[in-house]
Design a binder for this molecule. Structure first.
Ligand code: GLU
Length: 549
């Protein structure tokens, strides 16, 4: 039998690292067995779904190079005979199977309102017993049921769980799991809006799409008995199940999309802020008043920018934008629960596809160690040839920092890349640390900080004094290349600073960048060009009074 795996995201914005790991394992398992990896979009929750969001998933999977054999058609991927691959387009299929259950008296309409149900839940909680639906709807008189249906009363359809229904599941990761009869109540399979619930749709689709292996996060484990009971009632084969360990932050908390919001709240609280430009007053007060709320994505990003903090990356797109390499992310994701054996940690997607087996997935929670991922990324960048790095840094800038392309010549851009290659941990590092290259000369500013004060105003002669001389020195360098600038600065240092090149370095660096870090100085000056260098020195000198006090 061909191995068919599926990744079934609900479109809720970005692809979270947990989802990406699931997709990766499903893909690797299918490839290992020369089977089929299919992608299905679970968009039956009308409140959450949007087409754009599911396209985000497709883009993220493509970027990771996790291609799907069947599924939504996109840039050469997908297609297949088991579609449509969007659940919202499969309603008639669910209806047909639902009718089979109703005809067999294995499903029935229930008319309780959500208020009634939550009151029953509260009561159970107060009495410290687990809530189970009490089957009130089953005791209704059939004629009343018909009447209410004919009248169009709001109702759901519930699955009638067989009374004698111990469920035993052989999970490939967790081993045998037993759920005693009575633990699963008559759950809803069709919602009042006419859409199937997740439980029903997933079972119908897995069967209809010939899925042989269900690999998914452990948060779905509690759902599996329901799925197994439905499969039995509908006469479907049971797929192999493998539930993946949870992914946690290093502090043991669950890694989640909320981590960004938490980081923002902490910063706002630590600084005692009561407003911010990035968030309008009304949204701010609603957000502050209700800790369960999250700021909309763009708003959160603006606020982070205003506060000058980096939000923790939690989605694939976050990592892409932060300049991680897809092959590194794939490698790292695979280590979240899977082991290659022999302490092997570095491998690529091909290796994973050739060697992936479910029995190498561990039971214990996986820790997401950002430092380790960053170290992997640094190693991968350092292994690149200069040409590779240039090409990939360029592609990253085209997507994320177009100003770097627009405001540099190809030669300048290549110099920026090369001067950063050996220290960049991500493809984004050079763009962040070298922003001064693409700023207008007149936009550079020199805030008074410990570092700038030391470089410009302290000592005898001070950095400002030295800059006056250095301006003359640089003015005489005709061919403004790193190899011509370096001896000119060295000659100045020999004469005026006992050969100490650094004495020239810091004031010049601060003058041309506004900060205290940059690639090697002769490279930095050469990339900027003589006109900009002299202009920036002149403007910096004009700031001397700010440093006087
Ligand atoms: N749609 C579900 C989710 O996004 C996954 C369903 C499954 O794998 O069974 O969590």
């Amino acid at each position: 039998m061909t191995c068919r795996t599926r990744f079934a995201p609900s479109p809720s914005g970005d692809l979270h690292v947990g989802g990406a790991r699931t997709a990766l394992f499903c893909w690797a398992l299918a490839k290992k067995h020369k089977g089929v990896f299919l992608l299905r979009i679970e968009d039956t929750d009308q409140k959450r779904s949007s087409d754009a969001a599911s396209l985000g998933f497709l883009r993220d999977l493509r970027w990771l190079d996790i291609g799907w054999d069947e599924g939504p058609e996109d840039e050469g991927f997908g297609g297949g005979e088991h579609g449509p691959y969007f659940q919202s387009k499969r309603l008639s299929i669910y209806q047909e199977h639902l009718q089979r259950l109703i005809d067999a008296q294995l499903a029935y309409p229930a008319f309780e309102t959500s208020e009634e149900l939550s009151a029953a839940r509260d009561k159970a909680r107060a009495e410290k017993r687990p809530y189970r639906y009490d089957r009130t709807a089953l005791s209704l008189d059939p004629s009343e049921v018909q009447e209410r249906l004919a009248r169009g009363d709001d109702h759901v359809i519930r699955f009638r769980v067989p009374d004698d229904s111990d469920v035993i599941i052989q999970d490939e990761v967790l081993g045998e799991i037993r759920i005693a009869s009575g633990e699963v109540d008559d759950f809803v399979i069709r919602k009042a809006d006419g859409f199937p619930t997740y439980h029903f749709a997933v079972v119908v689709d897995d069967a209809g799409m010939g899925v042989t292996h269900v690999v998914r996060g452990q948060e779905h484990l509690a759902n599996t008995p329901r799925h197994v009971l439905l499969q039995q009632a509908l006469g479907f084969d049971r797929p192999v199940y493998a539930h993946l360990p949870l992914i946690q932050n290093p502090d043991g908390s669950k890694m989640s999309k909320r981590d960004k919001d938490k980081a923002l709240r902490k910063e706002v609280k630590d600084r005692g802020l009561t407003s911010a430009e990035a968030v309008d007053a009304e949204s701010w007060s609603v957000w502050i008043a209700d800790k369960t709320r999250q700021l909309p994505h763009h708003c959160a990003e603006r606020l982070a920018q205003e506060l000058g903090i980096d939000l923790p990356e939690v989605s694939v797109d976050d990592f892409r934008r932060a300049g991680y390499l897809p092959e590194v992310l794939i490698n790292y994701l695979a280590l979240l629960g899977w082991s290659a054996g022999d302490d092997l940690e570095k491998f690529d997607g091909d290796f994973l596809c050739q060697n992936f087996t479910l029995d190498r997935i561990g039971k214990s929670n996986a820790r997401f160690d950002r430092q380790k991922l960053l170290a992997f990324n640094l190693d991968a960048i350092q292994d690149m040839t200069p040409e590779d790095f240039l090409g990939r840094f360029r592609a990253h800038c085209e997507a994320e920092h177009p100003e770097f392309i627009a405001r540099t010549t190809p030669e300048q851009f290549a110099l920026i890349a090369e001067s950063n290659r050996e220290r960049a941990k991500t493809l984004d590092d050079p763009a962040r640390s070298c922003r001064f290259f693409v700023m207008d000369d007149d936009d550079i500013t020199w805030p008074v900080t410990k570092g700038t004060r030391k470089a410009l105003a302290k000592g005898e002669p001070s950095g400002f004094k030295r800059l006056e001389v250095l301006r003359e020195v640089l003015g005489t360098v005709e061919d403004f290349t790193a190899s011509a600038i370096e001896p000119a600065l060295q000659a100045w240092a020999d004469e005026h600073a006992e050969g100490n090149f650094g004495a020239a370095g810091m004031p010049l660096r601060v003058a041309v960048t506004g900060g205290t870090t940059s690639p090697p100085l002769p490279d930095t000056l050469a990339i900027l060009g003589k006109v900009s260098v002299l202009r920036r020195i002149e403007r910096c000198l004009a700031c001397a009074p700010d440093f006087a006090s």
